[in-house]
Design a protein around this ligand. Structure first.
Ligand SMILES: *Cc1c(COP(=O)(O)O)cnc(C)c1O
Length: 373
């Protein structure tokens, strides 16, 4: 089996999605599955849909095109405001996009007219994350201008939290956001189909005591994929945190202590680990490095310590017996590690737990190949 590889348990992704769909449904909130961390991997997207996600969303047109090429025909929303230079591709591949700039919306309208379609516009409102978004005081004016354009249709509003600021939304921010939905409808008339309250960082709010108001959608990536709430990093009760496993191969074992302190090689604080001489006395090197993943985002197997990494080598200390050269080590990943590893050209993605790729007697042995999408 090829190394490094990511093993993906699709049944855990399905169940994580289903758990959130079941908990949010009674609160009037649907789940949009966000596929950007897995580069729009079609089988993972399908697992989200099988688990009950109402639709899919991604930040990059290329990922959406990958989903379309794999035959996904359901609604896909672009959740990063489109590049002006990609207006045509956006209207051809996405039903809707999140927008903050009138010049981009005009280009989408022109592209949609050329494409003989109508493109849905969700206006992203800045509610305190200080990343993208229209300031609340400008929202009404922009919404009115969108209403007057042909080629585009105003579908709703969205907010985003905790991405740049790292701060979870407060109940006050969320009720202010809901008020904006009512105001826009008061001025523009139509019923807003989408009132999308945010991402995985909204879950404590959405599943908390207070009413969730007009919010009828959350765009969830990290919570579905990793089973954690991003602000605290805590496991969400009842969710799987091990749907993804990164597997790397040992290429050298060494019982001697390292000749130089590793700190000289890589002084970046987050990559530094203090390793006692005894722990470092048995080291191994794995064929994986910064080019493959975000090394500080890996959790080390119990008893092992990260000594350091270079572009292509991962050096790990272990107080226990060293594994043999050629054996494999398994790692859990945080969001950054997952996102980088899924995009790395040298890492194979191996799918497990997919009912449609279960080996039959005749295809057994070939199934690895068939499971690769
Ligand atoms: C990435 C992203 C999401 C999903 O965030 P998670 O924390 O992975 O749930 C939702 N909305 C927008 C606009 C995003 O960029």
């Amino acid at each position: 089996m090829s190394c490094p590889r990511i093993e993906v348990d699709l049944s855990k992704i399905r169940r994580n999605t289903h758990t959130l769909v079941k908990r949010l449904g009674p609160r009037g909130i649907g789940v949009t599955g966000v596929t950007k961390a897995v580069c729009g991997h079609p089988a993972i997207a399908q697992a989200m849909l099988d688990g009950g996600a109402a639709g899919l969303a991604d930040a990059r047109v290329r990922n959406v095109q990958r989903l379309r090429s794999a035959g996904m025909t359901g609604p896909i929303t672009l959740i990063r405001t489109p590049m002006l230079s990609q207006a045509d591709q956006v209207v051809q591949s996405c039903e809707e996009s999140y927008n903050t700039e009138l010049s981009v919306i005009s280009a989408l309208a022109a592209a949609a007219i050329r494409n003989r379609s109508v493109h849905g516009i969700v206006l992203m409102v800045e509610m305190g994350d200080l990343r993208d978004g229209i300031l609340p005081e400008n929202l009404e004016g922009i919404a009115q201008q969108v209403m007057q354009m042909s080629g585009v249709a105003l579908k709703g509003i969205g907010a985003n939290f905790a991405c740049l600021s790292g701060l979870a939304p407060t109940a006050l921010q969320m009720s202010t956001f809901c008020d904006l939905a009512n105001e826009i409808e008061g001025v523009c008339g139509p019923f807003l189909k989408v009132v999308s309250g945010g991402n995985s960082a909204n879950l404590p709010w959405a599943l908390g005591e207070r009413a969730t108001g007009r919010v009828n959608d959350l765009r969830l990536g990290e919570a579905i994929l990793l089973g954690v709430e991003p602000v605290s990093g805590d496991q969400i009760c009842g969710m799987h945190t091990d749907a993804f496993t990164l597997v790397a191969e040992v290429i050298e074992t060494d019982a001697r202590p390292p000749p130089f302190p590793i700190a000289l090689i890589d002084p970046t604080p987050e990559r530094l680990r203090i390793v006692t001489t005894s722990a470092a006395s048995a080291r191994m090197i794995l064929a994986m490095g910064h080019q493959d993943t975000d090394i500080p985002g890996l959790s080390m197997p119990v008893g092992s310590t990260l000594i350091g990494a270079t572009s292509d080598h991962l050096v790990i200390g272990t107080p226990r017996t060293l594994p043999t050269v050629g054996s494999e080590m398994r790692f859990q990943m945080n969001y950054n590690a997952l996102m980088r590893a899924m995009a790395a050209p040298d890492i194979e993605v191996k799918l497990l737990g997919d009912p449609r790729t279960r080996p039959s007697r005749r295809t057994q042995g070939k199934v690895d190949h068939l499971a690769l999408v």
